[in-house]
Design a binder for this molecule. Sequence first.
Ligand SMILES: Nc1ncnc2c1ncn2[C@@H]1O[C@H](COP(=O)(O)OP(=O)(O)OP(=O)(O)O)[C@@H](O)[C@H]1O
Length: 265
Amino acid sequence: MIELKNISKLYESKEGNVLALKNISLTVDKGDIYGIMGLSGAGKSTLIRCINLLEKPTSGEVRIDGIDLTKLSPNNLRKCRRDMGMIFQNYHLLTSRTVEKNVAYPLELDGMKKDEIKIRVHQLLELVGLQDKKNHYPSQLSGGQRQRVAIARALATNPKILLSDEATSALDPITSRSILNLLREINEKLDITVVLITHQMEVIQQICKKVAVLKDGEIVERGCVNQIFKTPQHPYTNLLLGNKAFEKHQPIPLDLFRNVKVGGL
Ligand SMILES: Nc1ncnc2c1ncn2[C@@H]1O[C@H](COP(=O)(O)OP(=O)(O)OP(=O)(O)O)[C@@H](O)[C@H]1O
């Protein structure tokens, strides 16, 4: 189980300070597919990166199965991170390694024996449907295939949690759907908890069971996807859902657009 307790994140720089997360508390149950949605600049990336401490919260606790990661030594944090895989919009593959070697990489770092790595990589490539591409380099693959390699690599160390940072944003709708179906399959077959961030409502609708709506670093609404999509309570959620009835009958409060970067929609 993932528990975020009173998480705040302040970015400090010469250009000025940004309070990207404001006292966020969130619980993700084991086996959930939990979506965090919001416009550009809402704090989604910061929030998901706080879960594996790629970003260290300024204050608050990040508990994974009861253990507060913010209190761990670097060594123990590294061990805990083995339980969390992550995938990104830009795949982050190693361009000089083949598909097989990319997936093998975390296992090599773990010191696994060569013949065991071979078996494990074979299983992972079967799972993501890329056995026939094992000797290809990332540059020889489509975006969807690259994301499949990234997913196989993220699952290599048998994590309990998979974090997805806008993993389908760069893909066309059909490929995006096939990647989301793969994530659902992984959630169901391997009992892996999935947390994903997105600005695309259709992503939430397609695979998430629960959703939190993030606006200017605060959660303004959360709950079961069906319920939130059917009867959103917050004007910002209405805006994200493109609720025409809402737009027709109420002017959109200007502050809903605060922090929205140009081109964010
Ligand atoms: N390293 C950083 N230093 C300073 N400010 C930052 C840093 N990273 C993010 N921010 C700021 O924190 C706020 C939240 O950014 P974040 O990237 O988490 O939002 P987001 O919802 O993921 O946006 P997008 O969908 O565009 O990626 C923004 O105002 C952003 O400018």
